[in-house]
Design a binder for this molecule. Structure first.
Ligand code: ATP
Length: 473
């Protein structure tokens, strides 16, 4: 972890955004809780995604499917058979590693030392072994290369085994009746199995989409980098159903639409890039990621995948229920093709924090603040009477009453005004409203702007309109 990420993690904890889960018990690896400002920011991001993906789109509707699904779902989707990572345990440290990551990291040491040929030969050998599903071969490679456990320093390795990333649990009251079900590793399948329900009941015509926000669970092995890779996380997915043969056009449309969305949220273009997949998953005929430059490098935030008819066809086979759509325009029955846009709410949250975290060091001032787009800022405005006396608190609370039904507002009257401004900067509040003695005379207040720290005198009657304008997306 680098220094910038460390600063962001401690900021997130100290100012009520993200805490390690069950921290009093020393936390639970790769699981996190959102605090008072974190939950507001995350909800704002989800709401913004939801509105731009459903309300603004006349041909996309939402659903909220359950986390538990019939176990056959995960056979049909391929997750039972192929949602695996090759794992190896070190017998001395009892630590488990992803075997492929061990080899890749070993190859990277050669690359850093300038021995590109050796690095390439290692990654090439690894790719061939994985392709052939030769797990014993992967182990031999690790042994022959003398790759050591970073904790114990020994090369006393077990066999390599496939490890499924799905969490399982039991449903049913008595052991004999109980059956194993999985916590969904992606929200997409809840959309696919409801494809016809939604199409019929919401009277949708191809091309149309179904959007969903919900929790997903993956028993990630390499759980690092804060909320970038969690075991319990939230996905925002949209599956867009199209006529076969038109999927690559729609794939382009969605790739562009999603990139524009990130730019509109204030992420600078130079921090974003597209990454086309050369190696495609078994279900895809085109795929790309939108990557963001995190403090630890360019990494995937969102995936856009052309999933063909793989999922619906597979569910038709397993369920024996037709998953076809009758298209009156071409007078044909077909299984639609699917374009998916899939983004992690937590990963978007991390992107947003990284992007907003600003340390300002000029001769006049030195401060840290979160430069969040006002539409997603957890608190829109703080009402701050300059003293606790002379009826200023009462006046301040009147202003809170005017605003609090439409905006998340904070009221604070303790500590010096400078300290209170600084605190609002740290949580990214775009407007501070100072109430002073003049307010009692002429019903004006001072607005202090977060990004410029400039101040402006405005009538109380204008506050609502100004905040509404600034916080609309
Ligand atoms: P990665 O390669 O980073 O593991 P992936 O390609 O497996 O991601 P998808 O299955 O395409 O990811 O999931 C779609 C999105 O869900 C990702 O772009 C990411 O934003 C989010 N996501 C996936 N896994 C996690 C996780 N463990 N923690 C947080 N977000 C995740």
């Amino acid at each position: 972890e680098n220094a910038q990420l460390k600063d962001i993690i401690s900021h997130a904890k100290e100012y009520g955004f993200v805490y390690p889960s069950s921290e009093i018990y020393d936390g639970l690896q790769a699981v996190y809780d959102y605090g008072a400002y974190g939950v507001e920011l995350k909800n704002n991001l989800k709401r913004l995604w939801w509105e731009t993906m459903t309300r603004v789109q006349e041909n996309i509707v939402g659903i909220d499917a359950a986390i538990f699904m019939h176990p056959t779902t995960w056979k049909a989707s391929g997750h039972v058979d192929s949602f695996n990572d090759p794992m190896i345990d070190n017998k001395d440290s009892k630590k488990r590693y992803r075997a492929d990551v061990l080899v890749e990291e070993h190859a990277a040491t050669f690359e850093r030392a300038g021995d590109i040929e050796k690095a390439n030969s290692l990654t090439g050998a690894l790719a061939r072994l994985l392709e052939a599903e030769d797990l014993a071969g992967v182990r031999d490679l690790i042994i022959n290369e003398g790759i050591k456990c970073p904790i114990s320093g020994t090369s006393n390795w077990t066999d390599v085994r496939q490890f499924n990333l799905m969490f399982s649990t039991q449903v049913g009251s008595v052991a004999e009746d109980a059956s194993t079900i999985y916590l969904r590793p992606e929200t997409a399948q809840g959309i696919f199995v409801n494809f016809l329900n939604v199409q019929k009941t919401a009277r949708m015509k191809v091309p149309f989409g179904i959007a969903q926000i919900g929790k997903a669970f993956r028993n990630e092995i390499v759980a690092r980098q804060f909320i970038f890779r969690m075991r319990e996380f939230e996905q925002m997915e949209m599956q867009f159903f199209v006529r076969p043969g038109t999927e690559l056009e729609w794939y382009k449309v969605w790739a562009e639409t999603r990139m524009k969305w990130h730019l509109a949220l204030g992420t600078p273009a130079e921090k974003l890039r597209k990454h086309d997949h050369e190696k495609l998953a078994h279900y895809a005929n085109a795929a790309m990621d939108i990557e963001y430059e995190f403090p630890f490098g360019f990494k995937e935030v969102e995936g856009i995948h052309s999933r063909t008819d793989f999922d619906l066809k597979s569910h038709q086979e397993y369920s024996k229920k037709k998953q076809q759509y009758f298209d009156p325009e071409v007078n044909q029955n077909y299984i639609p093709y699917v374009i998916e846009t899939s983004i992690g709410a937590d990963r978007l949250f991390l992107l947003t924090l990284c992007n907003a975290y600003t340390e300002e060091n000029t001769e006049e001032k030195s401060r840290t603040y979160l430069k969040l787009h006002p539409s997603i800022a957890p608190v829109k405005a703080a009402v701050l009477p300059i003293t606790k006396k002379d009826g200023l608190p009462e006046k301040g609370k009147e202003i809170v009453e005017l605003l609090k039904y439409d905006f998340n507002i904070i009221y604070e009257d303790a500590a010096s005004i400078g300290k209170r401004y600084a605190r609002q900067d740290l949580i990214g509040t775009p407007f501070c409203i100072a109430v002073d003695h003049q307010t009692l005379e002429d019903n004006t207040v001072t607005i202090r702007y977060r990004d410029t720290t400039e101040q402006e005198r405005v009538p109380i009657s204008e506050l609502h309109g100004r905040i509404a304008e600034a916080t609309s997306f």
